[in-house]
Every structure is written in C-alpha cells, then in structure tokens.
Write a protein that binds this ligand. Structure first.
Ligand code: SAM
Length: 213
C-alpha cells in the first residue's frame, strides 16, 4: 500500500471516530486523493485533520469540517448542488463523486482556474465560474443543496431564494473568529433551522458577505 493510501485510510478512521457515519461520503473521501488538492509545500500534511494554505490567503478546509458539512447537506445522487467557495476544488470533487450535479463559484480567478484544471484532469464534469457567490447563480436555480465554504455575517437572502422546496443550505455564520454551522431546510414558506457549534472559516467576501479590506 502506498504512503498516501495509508494516510487516507487513517484519515477516514479519524472521521468515523469523530462521528461521520454517511457511508457514501466516507467512500468518496476514501477515493479522492486530497494530496492532489494541496500545494507541494504541504504534501506531507495532506491527510492531517487540518486546514492548509492554497494561496491567495485561502485554505482547503479541514477534512472533518468538509465531512461534517457534507453530512449535514446530505446530498443524494442526481441532485443539483451549488457550492460557494471553490478554493482547491476538493469539496466540489466530493460532491461530484457522490453523484451530484455540481455548480461552484470562486471569487479568486486564479484559484478557480487551478481547481477547474485539476477537476477536469480527474474527469469530474462540474460547472464553475469566477464571481461573487453571495448572490448565488440564478441561471441554474433552484438547487437541492447549497453549501457555503466561507464564513458569512448572515445568511445571504439570494441563496435562500435559489433553494428548492425541500432543499438544504449549509453555511457557517458568525463573526470573523468563530462561527456556527447553520443548516437551513426550506419547506414551502417555512425555513427549518439547525445549528452545529464552533467552526472557523476564512471570510465570505461579497455583496451579501463581509466587505473586502
Ligand atoms: N471548498 C474549498 C475547498 O474544498 O478547497 C475550500 C474553500 S476556502 C475555506 C473558502 C473559499 O471561499 C476561498 O477560496 C475564498 O476565496 C472563497 N470565497 C470567499 N468569498 C467568496 C464569494 N463571495 N464568492 C465565491 N467565493 C468566495
């Protein structure tokens, strides 16, 4: 067994120990090679349960955070999912591997282009664009799931509007130091809310997010 394969297996065991039970998610994370999504300088830490720099002062999220958000999103095969914050493309690859039709938006063009190149090379067919994801991607709405991988001051209204009936939105909301994960389920005119406490993300910057410095 290769070095990364063994490290990936240990990562999966750790995720299970931390309460991740979604088998399809665990399978996708066992298959996807996280070391391809991190910069060379951090290759030896690719399977640590930690966020790692990917350039432009951004990060690939911690494996547990990715797993926890995806488990809360509970995506089913064939569902249409919008991701805000493509970053390295790792989360998008997981959603595609789970059978979703993935749409992803990143505000840093350079990161988007890198991620797009890698996702294409790995054979994932994902729709992506550079832009401000706080206003969503109305052209392809409604979405069965929306996942925001950066910290928002509040839930952006356009994302709620672009959620299908029965759809789930997973988004970290709080101040810049600590956030809670909000899981919003749309049921007709009603929004059901669940919160998971204590996360730390890079800021969501945009029209309905934080302002750029
Ligand atoms: N999902 C990513 C992955 O798997 O590598 C992790 C992303 S990182 C924690 C958050 C990303 O959100 C950053 O790349 C950042 O540039 C991006 N971002 C922040 N505000 C944004 C916005 N308004 N629209 C789109 N992307 C945004």
């Amino acid at each position: 067994m290769g070095r990364f394969e063994e490290e990936r297996r240990d990562m999966i065991e750790l995720l299970k120990d931390r309460g991740i039970t979604d088998e399809r998610l665990l399978q996708a994370m066992s298959k996807i090679e996280r070391h391809l999504f991190v910069t060379n300088a951090f290759l030896n830490r690719a399977y640590d349960d930690t966020a790692l720099p990917i350039g432009k002062s951004q990060t690939i999220s911690q494996p547990y955070t990715v797993a926890c958000m995806t488990q809360e999103l509970a995506p089913k095969p064939g569902e249409k999912v919008l991701e805000v914050g493509t970053g390295s493309g790792y989360q998008a690859a997981i959603l595609a591997e789970m059978g979703c039709k993935v749409f992803t938006i990143e505000r840093h063009v350079e990161l988007l282009l890198e991620a797009r190149k890698l996702l294409e090379k790995l054979g994932y067919r994902i729709a992506s664009k550079a832009g401000d994801g706080t206003i969503g991607w109305s052209e392809f709405a409604p979405y069965d799931g929306i996942i925001v991988t950066a910290a928002a001051p509040e839930v952006p209204e356009p994302l709620l509007k672009q959620l299908a009936d029965g759809g789930r939105l997973v988004i970290p909301v709080g101040d810049l130091d600590v956030q809670n994960l909000r899981v919003v389920t749309k049921r007709g005119n009603q929004l059901d809310l669940k919160e998971v406490r204590g996360f730390k993300f890079v800021p969501l910057i945009g029209k309905k997010g934080w302002s750029a410095k």
